[in-house]
Write a protein of this length. Sequence first.
Length: 349
Amino acid sequence: MMIFDGDGDHEQVVFCQDRHSGLRCIIAIYSTALGPSLGGTRFFPYPGEEAALADVLDLSKAMAYKNAIAGLPHGGGKAVIIGDPQVDKTPAVLRAYGRFVQSLGGRYITACDVGTYVADMDVVAETCDYVTGRSSTSGGADDSGVLTAFGVYRGMLAAASFRWANGLDGRRIGVIGVGKVGRQLIELVAADGATIVATDVSAAAQQWVRTNHPDVTLLDDAEQVIAADLDILSPCALGGSITDANVDVVAAALICGAANNQLAHDGLDNRLAERGVLYCPDFVVNAGGVIQVADERNGFDYERAKAKTSRIYDTTLEILELAASKGVTPTEAATHVADERLAAAGERS
């Protein structure tokens, strides 16, 4: 994979290895035009280094756009640690990772993502000053999944208002992934009177649904949810759930979820638009988590962070209206707005 090709806009990509702990990670900084890059740490059993690199490049770019759209004084960065978090995640690995982040001198601020949790960030903070998403006992904001879900919920309300001029009561919503964010989202939309179908590969997540929301219909896999008769599809697990193979079977009228990079590649937003499916760009609606951890850098105030996250409703509506007025997809509209903000910040700096 070429980093310095025509599309290689990343400022810095760092490959890190610590033989003592077994750490193998990649840190990617897409942009610092708006400020120090901010993004989570993904701990995942990638099939190889190339897959890990491709993911961290995509994720860090998405973080730059997310932070720009959210109006945060941060650029976009991301880190991936290669390994199975159930087996390979140890305090020694996390401390070694913290030392590498520290070596970047604040150009990258890390947080939680898939495979990492608040307790992990507390360990990373033992060797690093540039950590968010820590526990409240360590001066942090605790689980960022709470405001991530709230932001997706606010974006979903805006999209429903744009599409149907009403809310979520009586709408059928399919949730893919019932983890840190998905279960919070289920609580929110269920309280609004939505009917829910869901899926998750984890037996523990499935049991949570059965115990806490027995009226939710559990389906076997993501493909069944994608093809189900829905009003709203909400991918909340890993990215790439909408592919060439299933884009034409999406039955929902709109897609609004928490997962990063929900479309497997560029152009699928056009395919969805051609079929009349309204796609809410993930980097617009899932910004609640990064808003929360960014607030932590100033001494966390939950109500302040929640108020900022609530504005995702207005941002989503503005993007959807802009797309409609320009005759482009919401992804194109949001990307244009983010590019303009990044370019203006780059010129000022």
